[in-house]
Design a protein around this ligand. Sequence first.
Ligand SMILES: Cc1ncc(COP(=O)(O)O)c(C=O)c1O
Length: 399
Amino acid sequence: MEKAEFIQNYYQQRQQTDSLKWDGLKERYGDGGLLPLWVADMDFSVPSFIQEALKQRIDHGIFGYSLVPETYFSTYQRWQKRHEQTAFQKDWLHFTTGVVQGLYDLINCFTNEGDQVIIQPPVYYPFFDAIRKQNRQLVTSELVETEDGYQMDLADFENKLITNDVKLFVLCSPHNPVGRVWNKAELKEILRLCKENDVLVISDEIHSDLILPGHSFVSAVTVAEELDFLDHLIVCNAPSKTFNLAALLNAHIWLPDKKLQKKYQTWESIHRQTENSLLGQLAGQTAYDQGDEWLQSLLTVIGQNYQLLKKQLAENIPEIKIHDLQGTYLAWLDLRNWLSTVETKQFIQEQAGLAIDYGEWFSPETKGFIRINLATSPDNIESTVKRLIAVNRKIKGGN
Ligand SMILES: Cc1ncc(COP(=O)(O)O)c(C=O)c1O
């Protein structure tokens, strides 16, 4: 499907649909009139075949307790195979209502209060909360910006593991917000350090299907298998980011190791009695069955929105640095050569009228950065650029 057809078929107005992104602006930003480019969901409706499957199910009219059909597993396994990800086994798979809920639960289950947990900021901010709010000690190893983009700081990471006696590492792969798709060599290095220091790893792979041309996703499972380290690995993922299904509350936890499975099952039997999401699983299964072509078109739209933003900013406000987008639909922009870090809100929100994610939400070190959600219409990206150019004119003393 061409970009124009995709936009025509799937881009939707979302005001007054109880959308957090659009209708939650006033509460979050104090201004309901901003153009929302923040929280990571998409302004595209789900593929028509998912809508059809859901409608048929809704027409049946009964929404009692449900089972997960066998076909869910086989369809998901085929998707993983077609997309060259990982041949997971059925008994690895546990369901949860969302990856964030899964992270809270896994941290609760596999660490004790006071244990040290390491993450790599700038990173998805619920990682901080899931650790701190459950009284675990936060250890950070910041990613470093190099000529070639963001890299992991392996020496710092190793040092932190040893000096802090770290018990758990939460990896973000692909990485939100910096847009890196970690390659096999990088993953091998970081997991090797975890193995040497007996650190459990949770790999959040929710963005694994959202990979831009020229890059390939490698699951931590593939690397852990090679390192003989699967007994220390847990993966979280879901169909929700790829197919815009977050509110249907269906996400996955993979536990390849029998001992970890047993520990989690015992924990779950005490702390969680959650039912399956009937509609979430139907939507997920249908997506995995038929969603390949739709995903290709979506990635084309995201790639083109990124190029549009990058080109127009380079031509008009070259002081803004836009990081390479390898995966996710989230662009990461460094405004520090353009605005002083205390001016970001004044210019981006109050003058340009944009609701974005602020850099300091992801790390205190990235104040002066912003994250822009590209999963919207090219018109909204054009409008974003125009607003930024108008602000730039004012800053530079034009009119
Ligand atoms: C890395 C990462 N993990 C988890 C989530 C949210 O997952 P869920 O809605 O399943 O809780 C997001 C959403 O942006 C994310 O970027």
